[in-house]
Structure formats: structure tokens, C-alpha cells
Design a protein around this ligand. Sequence first.
Ligand SMILES: *Cc1c(COP(=O)(O)O)cnc(C)c1O
Length: 356
Amino acid sequence: MKKHNFAAGPSILSPYTIKHTAEGILDLDNTGLSVMEISHRSKEFVAIMDETVQLFVELLDIPSGYSVLLLQGGASMQFCMVPYNLLKTKAAYLDTGSWANKAVKEAKLFGEVDVVASSKATTYSYIPRDYSIPGDADYFHITTNNTIYGTEIKEDMDTPMNLVADMSSDIFSRPIDVSKYALIYGGAQKNLAPAGVTFVIVRDDVLGNMERDIPTMLDYRTHIDKGSMFNTPPCVAIYAAMHTLRWYKEQGGVAAMHKFNVEKASILYDEIERNPLFTSNINNVDDRSIMNVTFVMKEAYKEREADFLTFATSRGMSGIKGHRSVGGFRASIYNAMPRSSVEALIGAMQDFEKSL
Ligand SMILES: *Cc1c(COP(=O)(O)O)cnc(C)c1O
């Protein structure tokens, strides 16, 4: 039985991505070679890299003056690369989840960190809105989608200073105004490709102002100068990303993906509201993520959570167990998740309700 893949990351990819990547692994465009075994300097791979970057620019409408980098090390490497390249004396961070918290920890190695607000005390169940950002901060760092907790900042913020965003789990889920950001980064394994490639979109003029020495591999300028080919890039992951982006384009781009994502999320949230067994921990509806839908069983049914997990699993749901820090359930419904899988989960929730 084909599973309904609700995993948080690595996570579902479109059948288009998987099929075309598999074909290129066997034989890349009739070259008689696998994409896994060709030189990253070959004209075939250079074309893959160029098209992938071009599709980033096209789909996200990235203005001139920005570079798109395809690196390694995951979003977690960006937690240190960002302050290494941008933090002179002080940075401001919004603490909306454990990924944000990990980013704070790394930034502290490079200077003063002002955590302007945190929702940690309520297990990150909301996005703080009431805070002020120190005017002398070198940048303000946010995590747009909190993969573990199911909260999301769904609009591009206006900030007077350089805005840096970890968009690991909601990139390409909605149109964004890139011009409002100095730097956007994320791991690929949620909405783009298998693990192994990390994207960075950086406004070139924020770089080059540091007094400290930056190790070559951790300096964004190295990768801008070499078109993400300073060293061997993760070729297969980039190849898969290219196919995902082709598929997004074919679907009508990020505006179409957004409409589709909002529909999927709203039918699932509606069922969580309607079904007397379940509830959301995220009280503010505006904060509810359209990518990771978290929910728990109401107090009266708490002891049935394990039963529901078994029931849903027997109906083909995979990866819906909530993160250990939150409990309950988490349905990650990234771009590639078909509406039919969300409907299958809703069906399981309804049938479980009837079975009690
Ligand atoms: C998954 C995730 C990360 C960690 O990504 P890695 O590529 O594993 O380092 C960081 N931030 C967010 C928001 C995530 O969802």
C-alpha cells in the first residue's frame, strides 16, 4: 500500500521529482552516465546548477542584487554562518521554537544576542507580536515556520534593519517579498529535495563589512564568487531540487502552491475543530502553520492517543506522531502532499470518532 507521507523532514516529494530524479540516476538525458557519477564541472551538471538557480529567481521573483547559493551543512550550519558573516556587535532574535533557540546559541559565540521575545514558556504555542527590536542590532533573525510546534509567521515583516529568516520548512509555500529580507536560508529536505543541499538567498551588499577573518568555506563571498562550485556541490540533491522547482512552475508557481496549501490546511484544521476528540494547541488561528498541522487529543480522551496512532497507521498514515516535546500528532502537509492524503487523514479521524 502506498503510504500517506506526513513526515516532518526528510519528507514527501512530488512523484514528478522522484520519477525524474530516478531516471537521471540511471541515465542522465541519454548521456550513458548517471547524474551521480558525472563531474560537477561537466556541461550537463553546470546546466543543472544554472537552471536550479534560475528557477529560484523566477519562482520567488528574486530582485537583482541578491545571490542564490546551494551549499551543504544544512540549516544548522547557517545558524553559525549567518553570525559569522553578519554579526559585528549585536543581533536580535525572535525565539519561536527550538530551531530558533539553536540559532541563538550559535550567534552568542559571535557577539551580543538580544532575544526580543520568546514563547518558550508555553511550549512555543504562539508567535510573539509584542516586542521591540534594538535599533543598533546588525540584523533581526526569525524562523518563519516552526516545524516542531506548528506555528508560522505568514507575512513578510517590515523591519528597519536587515531581516534574516530561516525558511527551511515553508520556502516555496507562498509568495514572499524577497526585498524585505537581507538573507533567507533553509535545508532542502522539507519542501525542495532530499537532504544534502542548503539554500541561501543573500543580498550582496550586507557582506564584506566584517573585521574578523572568516574561514573560506564559511564565507558567503567564496560561494558567490564560485557560483556554489568552490568545492563539489551535492549534485544529486541539486538535481532533485531542479525537478521540484520545474514541477512548482508547472503547477502555476508559488501563488498556486499557496492556494492549494491553504485549502489543505483549512480542511484539516476544520476537522480538528469539529471533531470532539481533538484540539489544537495553537489558540491564535493566525499563527497556525499551513505546513505542519499539530493537534492533540482533548484531556478526556488523552489515553486514546496511542490507539488513534495505531488506527491511523493501519489506514496508511505515516509520520503523524507529534514531536516528543509537544506530544500528540503532527501532520506535515508540504507542497507535495496531495489533498487526497489530507482527506484520508480526516477520514481516519472521523472513523475513529465513530468507533468510540
Ligand atoms: C529542519 C529544520 C532545521 C534543521 O535543518 P538541518 O538541515 O537538519 O540542519 C532548521 N530550521 C527549521 C525551521 C527546520 O524545520
